[in-house]
Design a protein around this ligand. Structure first.
Ligand SMILES: *Cc1c(COP(=O)(O)O)cnc(C)c1O
Length: 331
């Protein structure tokens, strides 16, 4: 396995100073219903209200601000068509850096438009994610652009970790923090803060049952290939990279437990979040509430649940809140 590396509390404090004023300090809101359910205060960290609709803006902004002058001149490039792409495009525009997002011709128009709306150049190449990645590699090699990945990068992890600093200030009595997990950048940063400042806090990661890469890799004891499957929590899809150096080890060392939730529990949590909490979240943003509702976390005490994103197709959201148990695995 390649050497592992970590991100420290100091890195995250530095990130917070760097991105201050460029990202929102998102509010926390108590959930009366979920507090009654578990018998202890439950507070929702409303990170889906972040600019660009997810926390990915924090890491992207920190990473762009840390570029050298030469790197800034040549620009940044990425492949994500989802929340990382949006965050990166926005962060680059705000700091006056060129940004190219490469994607295949199969990416749906609404996603392409979402990225364009944030001011990125979109380059459509080939018919697969691999074709898009090949174009990124070419831009890095031929034009000296900098590739910024969604989680495997110290500046990205440090940026996401700034949520942990806010949680400690907003909820000093916190005992358990529940965090959605895909590649593990968010939970690694949040856990690095809490385990340094308040080691007794429990950090629980939540993923969907379908294609939970970090969960399967931790069980295997090393990064392994995990097949990506369709899921309502689409922002949690994808692998953790076989050459993972940061998040696999940080999750192993800092996270207390990883739990999984079913598709129907995710749909139920999106519905609850809308009807009761009056918030619009995407599937990935709802998995923490789904885990609490499914009673997957024993005696959590004072709990903060990170609602990580809100970028959901509104027609899909409408069907879910109308009570349909949408099964994207059959569509
Ligand atoms: C990317 C993302 C996650 C997972 O973040 P990782 O750092 O990859 O674990 C969770 N929720 C939303 C909304 C996301 O966009």
């Amino acid at each position: 396995m390649p050497d592992s590396a970590t991100v420290s509390l100091k890195d995250i404090e530095r990130a917070r100073r760097a991105i201050a004023g460029r990202v929102r300090l998102t509010p926390v809101d108590v959930s009366a219903t979920l507090s009654a359910l578990i018998g202890a205060p439950v507070l929702l960290k409303l990170e889906h209200q972040q600019i660009t609709g997810s926390f990915k803006l924090r890491g992207a902004t920190n990473a762009v601000l840390n570029l050298s002058e030469a790197q800034r001149t040549r620009g940044v490039v990425g492949v994500s068509t989802g929340n990382h792409g949006r965050g990166l495009a926005y962060a680059a525009r705000e700091t006056g850096v060129r940004c190219v997002i490469c994607m295949s011709a199969l990416v749906p128009k609404n996603k392409v438009d979402g990225i364009k709306a944030q001011g990125a150049e979109v380059r459509i190449v080939g018919r697969s994610q691999d074709d898009a990645q090949a174009e990124v590699d070419r831009l890095v090699a031929d034009e000296g652009m900098t590739m910024l990945p969604p989680f495997e990068h110290p500046d990205i992890i440090a940026g996401q970790g700034t949520i942990g600093l806010e949680i400690l200030e907003q909820v000093p009595a916190v005992e358990t923090v529940i965090v959605p997990v895909s590649g593990g950048g968010l939970i690694s940063g949040v856990a690095a803060v809490l385990k340094a400042r308040k080691p007794a806090v429990r950090i629980i990661g939540v993923s969907m049952e379908r294609g939970a890469a970090m969960h399967q890799c931790q069980k295997a004891g090393k990064p392994v290939f995990v097949e990506e499957l369709t899921t309502l929590a689409d922002s949690l899809g994808g692998g953790i990279r076989l050459d993972n150096r940061y998040t696999f080890g940080m999750v192993r060392n800092l996270v207390d437990d990883l739990v999984l939730v079913s598709e129907s529990k995710i749909a139920g949590a999106i519905r609850h979040t809308y009807r009761v909490e009056r918030q619009i979240v995407e599937g990935a943003g709802a998995v923490g509430i789904a885990a609490l509702q499914a009673r997957r976390i024993a005696d959590p005490g004072v709990t903060v649940v990170v609602l990580s994103g809100g970028n959901i197709d509104m027609d899909l959201h409408y069907r879910i809140i109308c009570g349909e148990d949408v099964d994207v695995t059959k569509e």
